[in-house]
Design a protein around this ligand. Structure first.
Ligand SMILES: Cc1cc2nc3c(=O)[nH]c(=O)nc-3n(C[C@H](O)[C@H](O)[C@H](O)COP(=O)(O)O)c2cc1C
Length: 182
């Protein structure tokens, strides 16, 4: 089974998650190819697709959204899994005790649930290195000084056990899918 893992990543955190998902799928005997959304192959040649994007200002990156919209006909007819890399920090809940992975769900996901009916959408904690930030993001963080350091703490908060467990659940679902079709 050929799986295409597509990612949109500004600073590399999401790419790292995509690569770990692909490595886990390979360990489980699947063929997995990782590609950035802006150069991704036509998904028609793949049996399943995993698509992930970093979240910025509560949105997926444009190149990931465009990949989904451009290929929605194919994606609607394949098993698809989506993920987002967003929240930072060590707290699972916000100040109002809401699950951060729920409140940070990017706006596009509701649309994709309708158009391509993904098997799942998972939010993973992300990573941020302030020294790597581009001009606009650096300025944005400077302007919102105290709030930004609370919302966007520096560090690598990716939970690799969580990522690997999710990828393993995809491998299991795909194996069941093949067995069903046989
Ligand atoms: C300016 C800025 C805005 C961000 N906005 C959000 C957001 O709305 N929701 C969220 O969960 N994370 C947000 N983040 C955190 C990033 O999504 C996180 O750092 C992500 O893992 C970065 O992935 P990348 O390195 O692949 O670009 C923001 C980060 C920055 C610098």
């Amino acid at each position: 089974m050929r799986v295409l893992v597509v990612h949109a990543s500004r600073y590399g955190a999401t790419q790292g998650i995509a690569e770990r998902i692909a490595a886990t799928l390979r360990q489980q005997g699947l063929e997995a190819t990782v590609q950035p959304a802006q150069h991704a192959a036509d998904p028609v040649g793949y049996d399943a697709i995993v698509i992930g994007s970093a979240t910025y200002y509560l949105h997926w990156m444009k190149r990931a959204t465009e990949f989904v919209r451009r290929n929605h006909n194919v994606l609607a007819n394949r098993p698809v899994w989506l993920f987002s890399s967003g929240p930072l920090g060590t707290e699972a809940k916000d100040a109002q005790a809401r699950d951060l992975r729920v409140v940070t769900e990017p706006k596009e996901i509701a649309e994709f649930r309708e158009t391509i009916r993904p098997r799942d959408h998972r939010v993973f904690f992300g990573a941020l290195d302030h020294s790597k930030l581009g001009f606009a993001h650096r300025l944005m963080l400077k302007l919102s000084a105290n709030r930004a350091s609370a919302l966007f703490p520096a560090g690598d908060f990716r939970d690799w056990n969580d990522v690997e467990a999710w990828a393993s659940s995809i491998a299991r679902a795909l194996k069941a899918y093949v067995d069903e079709a046989a």
